[in-house]
Structure formats: C-alpha cells, structure tokens
Design a binder for this molecule. Structure first.
Ligand SMILES: [Cu+2]
Length: 421
C-alpha cells in the first residue's frame, strides 16, 4: 500500500510538471525576417507575379487603419509540382498578429471565404489592416493556395507606433451589442482548455496507476486485456462518459441561451472577377534564356513585335517581387518600393531605342544584379525543372504601361560568352 501511495504521489507530481511544460511560452523578441527567401524560387517566380504592391502608411498609430494593396498576374508557367489555384485566399505575411486584418478584397469582392482564380489573368487586391502591436514590421502580401500553401510576395517595412495597451477592436454585432474582440470570450476559451486538459490528465493518470504501464504491458502480453479491467474501471469509464456528455450538453445550452442568435461560419466560395484583359499591342516571346552563374545575370533573347501605333520602350523586368529596371523603368518607379528589392540599372539591352510600330526585333535583354544570389533565386538551377517566369513592363510614348508575362526554360552558363554584355 505504501509503495502504491508513493507512486500515486509521483504521478500527481508528474502531472503537475507536465502541465507546466505544456503552458504556452510567449515569445517577446521581434522577428526581423521570416524566411521568405527560403521559399523555392520556382514558387516565387512561376506562380504569382506581383506588381504595383503598395504598403500604404509607412507609419501607423495603434488603432489606426491602413492598407496593403497591389496587383498580381497568375503565371501561365504555373509549375506542374504546385496545385493549381482552385481554392485561393489573399492574406498577409507578418511577424505574428501585428495588424488585425479587417478585410481582404480581390477585385472589390470580400474574401471572407476562399475561391478559385484563373491562371493567366490579373487580379487587384486590397487588405485593410488595423495596427495592433507597435514596432518595425516586415509585411508581405501572401497568396494562399489550398494544398500548396502560402506563397509570399515582396516584403516591405511598416511601422506601428503607440502602446499595445491602448489597442481596442470594438465590434458591433447584428443584434446591436458592442464588444472588444481582443478580450471577448478569452476567459471562456482558456477556461475550457484547462478544464479538458485536467479531465484528460485525470483519465490518463487513473489507468496509469492501475497498474503501471510496464506491468500492464506484461500482463497484456501474457494473459490478454480482460484480466486488467476490474469493475471499478468500468464504473469509472461510465461515470466519465456521462460526466463528459453532461458537460458538453450543459456548455452548449449555456452558450445557446446567452447568444440565441448566431450565424454559422461561412464556408462557401468567393467568386472573384479578374481584371479585364486590355488589348496589348506589344507581343513578346522568349526565344532563348540563360542564367550566367558567375555574372549573376539572367539573359533573355526576346522577340518583340510592336503591333500598335506608338513607339514603345521596355523599362522593367520583374519576378518574385524583385525589379530590374533601366532608365525608362526607373523613371516610372514608385519611390516607396523597398530599395532592397530593386536593381536600378540592372536591366540592359542591346537595342536601346523604342520599338517602332510595325517592327519586329530580337532584343538581348540582361537582368543582372547580386539580388539573384541574395534572394536565392539562382536556386532554380538546382531544380529538375529549370524555368523562370516574370513580367516585362514597357511604356508607349504617350505613357501607357504594357505588361507582358514571359516564361521559358533557363540554360545555366558557367563561362562568359564572347560578346556578352
Ligand atoms: Cu519578411
């Protein structure tokens, strides 16, 4: 008896320690980056081609509302290895919940549920954010695809000033009540967790000591399970079953009487419309593409036909949120775009004049910068599917922007070719 008593005390102590061990540990250190560069380059280059990303409000006070908005093109070169965007969602990649996402809209449609998007089309999104945790935060638009996971877009810094203690998120329900979503139901939620953890520990502990695992295993192996169950165990099992059902039913009825009017969680499908297809008089085909490993440059031979009426100049090549520009593109660059994602003068061409109407010309375009290495995009060369995709941006003489998606296999080159730029 005495030994059994000691074992019981030991078990109780063990349960106590285990409870402490499972207590959530709150991490207070701010995260500086969150591994966006480790996402495979084929995912970043060949799924979502982001453009016009805007981190509105570089600095926002606690409780104030700001926006993350932009556009994206779903690449025609969507990798075979990635699930097609049949169920998608626009989210925000941030170091913990520094903002509260009040809404995500794609083409003006609220995305409170996910929905399909079409490969080859462009979409416009806007995420409304309410500042919650002060600090200097790296914020990314994020495209989530069911069964493929989240695909991070370019990251920009957004500051939040003030004190977290001042944060309030009042919500008015359809029945006219107002509550703060920061604190609403918090005690009830945590309370239920601890209640069921305690019941679980009791259940495990009960069978742990009647008898202990090792003894039990040997008895089970030698004589089967019937001998291990004494009538008290059966009674305890029935008692716990009844107790659980009473608690669940009571909890449900209590919640139902407190909040009689509820709306079920929405589980339909958002129907979003892509941006209209605008006629693009410029046709661009990639005739050849290679990546110069020592030179850190992607070289493309583009066959460009201008079927329009205005001379048109290529100004930018963008992929994975990284932008390579020449003088034409640099002049159109949004000054708020994160400088660490821009290779100004990173785009060079052997034809540096506008392409005239009716003209078809082969242009050797080189996008060269250490960003290929820094952003780990060069890793495409280690893929069994060595391909790239991105957008070529050009401007007509009257200032209209034309966007051409491009994609092609990439040949790695380890030596500089004679005459290469
Ligand atoms: Cu980041």
């Amino acid at each position: 008896m005495n030994v059994k008593h000691v074992i019981k005390l030991w078990i109780l102590g063990f349960c106590g320690v285990a409870t402490l061990a499972f207590t959530p540990v709150f991490e207070a250190a701010p995260a500086l980056a969150h591994g966006e560069r480790s996402q495979e380059p084929f995912l970043r280059m060949r799924t979502v081609n982001w453009y016009d990303t805007e981190w509105v409000g570089k600095s926002t006070a606690i409780n104030d509302v700001t926006y993350l908005r932009g556009k994206f093109h779903l690449s025609e070169d969507w990798p075979r290895a990635v699930v097609k965007p049949h169920i998608t969602f626009i989210n925000v990649g941030s170091p913990s919940s520094v903002f509260v996402r009040l809404s995500s809209k794609v083409g003006g449609v609220p995305m409170f549920v996910a929905g399909p998007m079409e490969i080859g089309r462009d979409y416009e999104y806007e995420v409304t954010l309410k500042a919650r945790l002060p600090g200097h935060h790296h914020i990314h638009p994020m495209f989530s695809v069911k069964e493929a996971g989240p695909i991070a877009g370019p990251g920009g810094w957004m500051d939040i000033t003030g004190k977290h203690e001042d944060f309030r998120n009042p919500i008015k329900t359809l029945t006219g009540e107002t509550f703060d979503s920061e604190t609403m139901g918090g005690v009830t939620g945590v309370g239920w967790h601890f209640f069921w953890i305690a019941v679980g520990f009791f259940w495990v502990a009960w069978f742990m000591i009647r008898p202990m695992y090792l003894v039990r295993a040997r008895v089970l192996a030698a004589y089967g399970d019937e001998i291990l169950l004494d009538p008290i165990d059966r009674k305890m099992g029935i008692a716990v079953l009844i107790f659980t059902m009473v608690v669940v039913t009571g909890g449900y009825l209590a919640a139902e009487s407190k909040h009689p009017i509820t709306v079920p969680l929405q589980a339909g499908e958002a129907k979003v419309t892509p941006l209209p297809i605008t006629p693009n008089p410029l046709a661009i085909d990639v005739a050849h593409a290679e990546y110069d490993v020592p030179g850190r440059a992607l070289r493309m031979t583009l066959r460009v036909s201008n079927n329009g009426t205005e001379p048109t100049s290529i100004g930018e090549f963008t992929t994975a949120g990284i932008r390579f520009t020449n003088a034409v593109g640099a002049a159109k660059m949004d000054p708020n775009y994160p400088a660490e994602l821009v290779a100004l003068d990173g785009l060079t061409m052997d034809v540096n004049r506008p392409i005239e109407p009716g003209e078809t010309v082969d242009i050797h375009v080189e996008s060269k910068d250490v960003l290929w290495e820094v952003q780990r995009l060069v890793d495409i060369l280690h893929d069994p599917d060595q391909r790239f995709a991105g957008l070529v941006l050009s401007w007509t003489e009257s200032g209209e922007r034309l966007i051409n998606p491009v994609w092609a296999p990439v040949l790695p080159v380890f030596t500089r070719l004679a005459g290469g730029a």
